[in-house]
Design a protein around this ligand. Structure first.
Ligand SMILES: [Zn+2]
Length: 213
């Protein structure tokens, strides 16, 4: 991105990545209904309150999960605000769903729902069977982006992922293939400077047409 900022600032750029776990990982405080509790925790201790653990140089630290978004785009804190009797405590899934209903979301009354379906096995296709499933399928939770996407988009660059297990569609593989073929046509040598020169020449030989194909 630094190079593109400097050399090609007026073009639209998209970075393409293999669909690997390291690329699609979400930020430690990303929105996730996975471990949420249904009611506000009774203890204020950071481990017991619903917090996200982040590995830092000084060991593990606990931070709040980031805000959600109501349908109107305004943000929804997951924790009770200052001045509230339970200030700083996680609101719990039921309260979060109630707040969304008050803002106009068409959702079932969470007081009549379980935290999650037995064994986390929701009936296929259902989005309103349990509190966890409701939040999981809400647009802000469902569209939570990866750390990589957030990082690039913050700087104005787009990110696309290749389909899972299809890293061979990555155009870089075509470039490697083309340049390896060229490289093999050079006379063999054991001199480092020859090898470096051959390698650079082989990489430079890849036509832009092949890259685009
Ligand atoms: Zn369910």
């Amino acid at each position: 991105m630094d190079i593109l900022d400097e050399t090609r600032p007026h073009e639209r750029h998209a970075f393409a990545y293999d669909n690997a776990k390291t690329h699609t990982a979400r930020a430690p405080n990303a929105l996730s209904a996975r471990h949420m509790v249904v009611k506000p925790p009774t203890s204020k201790s950071k481990k017991k309150n619903f917090m996200c653990s982040i590995e830092t140089e000084n060991g593990v630290e606990y931070v709040r999960m980031r805000d959600g978004r109501f349908a109107d785009g305004s943000s929804q804190s997951l924790y009770f605000p200052e001045g509230h009797q339970q200030a700083g405590i996680f609101k719990g899934m039921r309260n979060l769903i109630h707040e969304r209903i008050a803002k106009g979301a068409n959702l079932p009354n969470p007081d009549q729902l379980k935290a999650e379906c037995k064994g986390f096995k929701c009936p296929p296709g259902r989005t309103d069977c349990c509190c966890r499933r409701i939040l999981f399928t809400q647009p802000d939770f469902a569209n939570q982006k990866s750390m990589l996407e957030e990082h690039c988009e913050a700087r104005g660059y787009e990110v696309i992922f290749f389909p899972k297990f299809h890293c061979e569609v990555n155009s870089i593989e075509q470039c490697w293939g083309f340049s390896k073929r060229i490289y093999r046509m050079f006379p063999s040598s054991s001199k480092e400077e020859d090898l470096a020169r051959n390698m650079n020449a082989a990489l430079d030989a890849v036509p832009i047409k092949s890259m685009r194909k």
